[in-house]
Ligand binder design. Structure first.
Ligand SMILES: C[S@@+](CC[C@H](N)C(=O)[O-])C[C@H]1O[C@@H](n2cnc3c(N)ncnc32)[C@H](O)[C@@H]1O
Length: 326
């Protein structure tokens, strides 16, 4: 006798649409960013497969309570959030990562379809296969897309009211005016009856923020340095990770944590068609992570065209989850 599970056909992988080739050309974008007077690398390039795993490790660090706090806030208010949103919409996860946060909402929101969007195509595909195994009753669609320019929702996205889910304080990677434009685009994507559920890190003690982005174990340093390996793969450059050190600090004036890579010695980096010399101590700016006050968050959402519904915070008011309506 052959057991049934051996005879059962393998479950079909969730539908996956790759729109990355239609968005930004990484080589052009990276070359322009690296050749600016103040060299930079956009933070979306952190997330190759290893970078995505390193981000998961960061979320486990005691010094980085953001993910745990956000989860606790949602758990404490999920009943009310679900009642305000209502069941049966299309749950659209922007920058889905490992999709764990959205999965926790499945039972509450009973979405007709879960749409996971992320620039990290390979990692997203892996995670959606596992998610589909665990949730065979759910319709799941993966979209590999860089949503910096536009949020493209192809016709495979089901009809129905939309819940845009943007957790993890990723909104903080945008400068204030870019954040406003991005929220305007999410507002358009919400249609006439949708919602936005947004997780945002709030301004807090500088010592806590410095430590959250420069942990003693060096996990965030590895995450920051790994961007150079991804850039080498995408651009054909010859960055040597050993030439660079991780720098992170809260810039109180700008209300943002900044991450940089600093050259340990004079180096010249070469890639097809270009090169860039860095003096010892020269820096590449890799990330801004803007921290909000509740007032600024509320004002930005309203200006972007949202109706304010509710904001939930932890007891220390270090993190906020905002629910806004279309
Ligand atoms: C800080 S992680 C958050 C992951 C997950 N949502 C969470 O809260 O744990 C940011 C996620 O957004 C994705 N991402 C970053 N920039 C993006 C872009 N421009 N377009 C699409 N996805 C992006 C990354 O690949 C990563 O999975």
């Amino acid at each position: 006798m052959v057991p049934d599970e051996v005879l059962a056909p393998p479950r079909a992988a969730p539908q996956f649409i790759d729109l990355l080739a239609e968005t930004v050309d990484p080589r052009g974008e990276l070359t322009a960013a690296l050749l600016k007077a103040c060299a930079s690398i956009p933070p979306k390039y952190f997330y190759d497969r290893l970078g995505s795993r390193l981000f998961e490790a960061i979320c486990e660090l005691p010094e980085y309570p953001l993910t745990r706090t956000e989860r606790a806030i949602v758990d404490a208010h999920v009943h009310e959030i679900a009642a305000r949103i209502g069941p049966g919409g299309v749950l659209i996860d922007l920058g889905a990562g490992n999709c764990e946060k959205a999965e926790r909402l499945f039972g509450w929101l009973a979405p007709t379809q879960y749409v996971a969007i992320d620039i990290a195509a390979d990692f997203l595909r892996d995670r959606l296969n596992v998610l589909a195994e665990r949730n065979p009753q759910h319709s799941i669609l993966g979209i590999a897309q860089d949503f910096t320019q536009a949020i493209e929702l192809p016709e495979e996205v089901a009809r129905g009211s939309r819940v845009l889910f943007y957790p993890g304080s990723s909104i903080g990677n945008f400068a204030p005016e870019q954040a406003f434009s991005f929220l305007q685009r999410t507002r358009e994507a919400c249609g006439n009856d949708g919602h936005l559920l947004l997780g945002v890190d709030l301004v807090k003690d500088k010592r806590l923020l410095d430590l959250a982005y420069d942990d003693p174990l060096g996990v965030t340093a590895a995450f920051n340095l790994n961007v150079l390996r991804n850039v080498n793969a995408l651009l054909g450059s010859d960055f040597d990770v050993g030439d660079w050190r991780h720098i992170a600090f809260f810039n109180e004036e700008q209300s943002r944590v900044e991450m940089h890579l600093e050259a340990r010695r004079a180096v010249t980096v070469r890639w097809p068609g270009a090169e860039r010399a860095f003096a010892a101590g020269g820096r590449i700016h890799t990330e801004n992570s803007y921290k909000y006050t509740p007032e600024r968050l509320r004002e930005t959402l309203k200006r972007a065209g949202y109706k304010w519904v509710a904001m939930y915070t932890d007891d220390a008011a270090g993190f906020a989850v905002a629910l806004a309506g279309a």
